[in-house]
Design a protein around this ligand. Structure first.
Ligand SMILES: Cc1cc2nc3c(=O)[nH]c(=O)nc-3n(C[C@H](O)[C@H](O)[C@H](O)COP(=O)(O)OP(=O)(O)OC[C@H]3O[C@@H](n4cnc5c(N)ncnc54)[C@H](O)[C@@H]3O)c2cc1C
Length: 434
């Protein structure tokens, strides 16, 4: 029986980003009693840290991946007034994306969790697990009242950083394996911009203007390309352009320092835009992220590691649980540049296998989202938020099946997971992906 500081759950989901959102809803809809722990006060993860960040990659080869992502999108599109829009990205090699009202997205995600019966614990940080043999028997957590203990039958780590999974003994690599992680980013929005004039230029990255700003010392040298896109609301421009290199996203002090440096650079960019880029004369900054968005920290070892070669060959795995054609979106790793080369040939896509989310040894642990087992090239493509939601959906189903069949997560019939995922509207997956 659950007591105030000791909680029993069928499934404990750690982290309420896009992956945790998908996982918690899917497991609860399969009949499991689900607790979702989120360390901050909002659902969304990177969506909450970078308010307004578009959902990219939801439409490989022009049609929706389906599932929880599509459900969320259509609920928001159908709100009155409508709170989301599907459009083509202005950036190279990115296909269609969803741009949306951030507050409506937060509200709708909480509503979907509520409807599924998920027990959401905000401002609650999960810590170390205790294991008996290869099974996690409890997970320590902490909220403002102090420590509490969860005794779950299944654990799904969607924390992005994977502290709990790592402490359960799951091997991992950090960044590209040599420890280099992609840059972190602080985003903001400019409102009251004249978007017709701002986006009149053909150059998607405003390089001509940025070059002047960098040469005159008004912009940081890493701002040679400006990543600016129309926001959801009229006159809003979402600025996803202040990237900071060499930050260890698992170190809270390093993240805090990067956030403060990011604030300085965001202010610098906002000033530059109003002074030097046509259409921004009357604009002003709003929605500065509460913290930098962290793209990459730990990647856990699993039954399969998806590789750059596999995605380039447009591999469709028998246990493929979501389609993807996102570019290889690598962001300032080490001394590297920002690249987004096409991952697959035109008109092609690959699928992400469920085995990339199942550890080799721990029998009641799964993970999803940016913790996926992938090499550095594949990781740069698979990490879109729609894909993270679908990964979460697949492991939520897997956890519920392991409970129903009283088996380990490794022994779950993956074909059946794909079949359930397909019945829930996820498209072009499994052996029949086409
Ligand atoms: C700056 C930036 C720009 C991006 N741009 C795009 C884009 O335009 N389009 C797109 O589709 N994707 C984009 N991505 C990629 C995408 O946002 C991420 O890959 C995706 O959000 C990862 O989802 P996640 O749920 O795995 O992790 P996260 O979003 O990182 O969420 C993890 C959650 O777990 C919580 N957490 C962590 N540790 C604990 C703990 N111990 N206990 C409890 N809670 C915990 C965190 O607070 C967080 O809410 C971008 C990423 C970044 C960082």
């Amino acid at each position: 029986m659950s007591t105030a500081r000791e909680q029993i759950a069928d499934v404990l989901v750690i982290g309420g980003g896009t992956a945790g959102f998908g996982a918690a809803i899917a497991a609860a809809r399969c009949g499991a009693q689900v607790s979702l722990l989120e360390g901050t006060s909002k659902i969304g993860g990177v969506m909450a840290f970078c308010p307004g960040m578009p959902w990219g990659g939801g439409y490989p080869v022009g049609s929706t991946i389906g599932g929880v992502f599509e459900e969320l999108t259509s609920r928001m599109v159908n709100l009155n007034p409508s709170a989301a829009l599907v459009r083509h990205s202005t950036l190279e090699n990115f296909g269609a994306e969803v741009i949306y009202d951030h507050e409506a997205a937060t509200f709708t995600m909480f509503e979907m969790l509520e409807e599924a019966g998920v027990n959401v614990h905000l401002n609650t940080i999960a810590g170390a697990p205790t294991l008996t043999g290869n099974r996690i028997v409890s997970v320590e957590a902490y909220d403002r009242r102090g420590p509490l203990t969860f005794r779950p039958k299944m654990v799904i780590d969607c924390s992005g950083d994977g502290e709990t999974a790592a402490k359960a003994g799951v091997p991992y690599t950090v960044g590209n394996g040599a420890g280099d992680m992609m840059g972190v980013t602080l985003s903001f929005t400019m409102i009251n911009a004249d978007c017709t004039r701002v986006f009149a230029d053909e150059d998607p990255y405003f390089e001509r203007y940025a070059a002047v700003g960098v040469a005159e010392g008004r912009l940081h040298p890493d701002l040679a390309k400006l990543y600016l896109m129309k926001g959801f609301h009229e006159g809003a421009v979402f600025c996803n352009t202040v990237h900071i290199r060499g930050v260890d996203g698992t170190d809270p002090a390093a993240v805090a320092r990067a956030t403060q440096e990011g604030r300085r650079r965001c202010r610098q960019v906002a000033r530059f835009l109003t002074e030097s880029v046509p259409g921004f004369e009357k604009a002003r900054m709003t929605d500065l992220g509460p913290t930098v968005g962290v793209r990459e920290t730990r990647r856990l070892e699993a039954m399969h590691r998806i590789t750059g070669q596999e995605i380039a060959r447009a591999t469709k795995f028998e246990d493929g649980i979501v389609a993807c054609d996102n570019p290889v979106d690598d962001v300032m790793r080490g001394d590297g540049a920002m690249t987004h080369e096409a991952a697959v040939g035109k008109g092609a896509f690959y699928t992400i296998p469920l085995r990339t989310l199942i550890p080799k040894a721990v029998e009641n642990l799964l993970f999803a989202g940016r913790l996926i087992c992938a090499d550095a090239v594949a990781f740069a493509s698979v990490r879109g938020m729609p894909q993270c939601m679908a990964m979460g959906q697949a492991v939520g189903i897997t956890a519920a099946m392991a409970l129903q069949n009283q088996c380990s997560v490794q022994a779950v019939d993956r074909g059946q997971v794909v079949a359930i995922q397909a019945a829930q509207g996820v498209n072009r997956i499994g052996a029949v992906a086409a």
